[in-house]
Every structure is written in C-alpha cells, then in structure tokens.
Design a protein. Sequence first.
Length: 299
Amino acid sequence: MPHILKTGVAQCSSVIGDLDANLASHLDWIAQGKTAGLDLLVMPELSLTGHHGCETLLDIAMPRTDPRLGRLAEAAGDMTVIVGFIEEGPAAQFYNSAAILKNGALRFLHRKVNLPSYGNLEEAKHYAAGRFVDVFGLDARWNAGLLICADLWNPALVHLAFLHGATCLICPVSSGVEAVGVDFDNPGGWALTMRFYSMMYGAPSIMANRTGTERGLTFWGGSRIVDAFGRELAVAGSAEELITAEVDFDQVRRARYLLPTVRDSNISLVHRETTRLLETLGVPDLIRASDGKQDTPNA
C-alpha cells in the first residue's frame, strides 16, 4: 500500500549566536508544523546558531544531551523535526551537526563531512569533519538520508546514503548568494542539484535554506521539496515561510523500477577500488579504522 509522508520546510532566519531567541523561533515553527499536520519538519543548517554562530563557538556549542535540544524534542511530539546546531562532541571536538528530534528524544545525529573552505566560506577553521554517512528510519518505508549543505557537493556521500537504503534525501543548507563567488550561480546550482539527485535515485528530496543577511552574505531562501521523478512540488521565495508537500512511497517504487540506479550500483567494485587506492597510498591502517563504529555519533 502507498504511504504518504507530509513534509515541510521552515525557511527562516537566525540571530547570530543567540540561542534563546532562536529556540523561541524554533518552538513557533514547530507549533506551525503541528498545526499543518506535518509528519516531518526540516530547519536550515545551523538553525539554532546562525551561519556565523562559529564566531562565539565556545559559548554556544552544545552536547547532544543539552536540555534545549530536549525541549525541542518534547515540543515535536510525534512529528519528526530536524534542527541544526554546533555540537560539542567527545574530546572537545566541535561539529556542524543536524539532529533528528521526536517524542522527547534526539533520535539521530549527522555531523557534516564536507567542510567548505573556499570563496567566502571557512568552515574547516572552526569544525571537525564528520566521519560517517548513515540513514535513519522514519518508519517502515521511509529512510532518511540526512546530509548537510556542502555534503551534497561531494556526490560520493550522496551515493553512499542511497546505498545505505535512503528513500528520501534531507538537506539542511545555509546558502548565500555570495558564498562561492560572483561567477557561480548558487540558487541555480541548488535547484539543478536537488532535481538531479531525486531523478537519479528515485527519491524525494527536501532542501531547507535560510533567509536574511549575515556578515555580508545574502541568504536567498529557495527551499524546495522535490518528488521522486525530480519534479518540484513546492518552492519557497526569499522571505521566511513554511512550505509543505506530500510525497508518496508508491512513487518511489515506480521511479526505482523504471530507473534502477540503486539496484545496479556496484558497491563491491567501489569498495575494492577504494581499498586498492588506499593500499597504494600506503595507508592500510586507515582502511581498518574505517570499519570501526566506536566513534559514530549514533552508536
């Protein structure tokens, strides 16, 4: 039987470094999402801190057990809510993280893997890189592949999420017009990227961008929900707003039957070639370390 997932994006701005103000805003967006009857609500990257929250990183970084995240999780109730924050992980390591919250608990955590340090971006100066890509089961059919912004500009990470069983792609982003440079069309690039991944992997994608301005970056909004055939179901403008759309798992089944990209992916070849390359580079210890799960954020 088909299964409908009612999804939403809270396209919003954040106050740089003001956790209390941003928490209040999040609670309001969650209330709006629940009124709209959403199953899933996605907030932008670093939604609790602002894009430039890293300027006061030592003051606003939170462990995953922080009571403010717990408060948002309680407010979410049965609705799945995704928020972005600066995480203080083990050994005083700081991450650009996104959390999945539901029924009073933090259910899943993704740490951004691909940290951009080009154009007007300097994330590697502030954050440690995440080491894992995994999926989270929203229910029996929907598995969320959660990646953050520049993670999607490394296609291997997206491919890995789908090989892990993702049936929808969730993408909190913080994209400013000037982020990469005047010759790069950020809004056009994201529109193309989201449609491409949905069409290629036969899965809906949900992208949540922020709006407003911060330190010379103009956040253009343009959040969107795309279906499993790469068709845009809802696209936001440049101001704060809640967009919603329903996605149907039966469409995923049909899309993946017509274009079986996931089925035909040769993961054994990818793994074999990666292992061969690492051995050629003389780093067999890295191969062995990559098999360990002891430091995965969701252990």
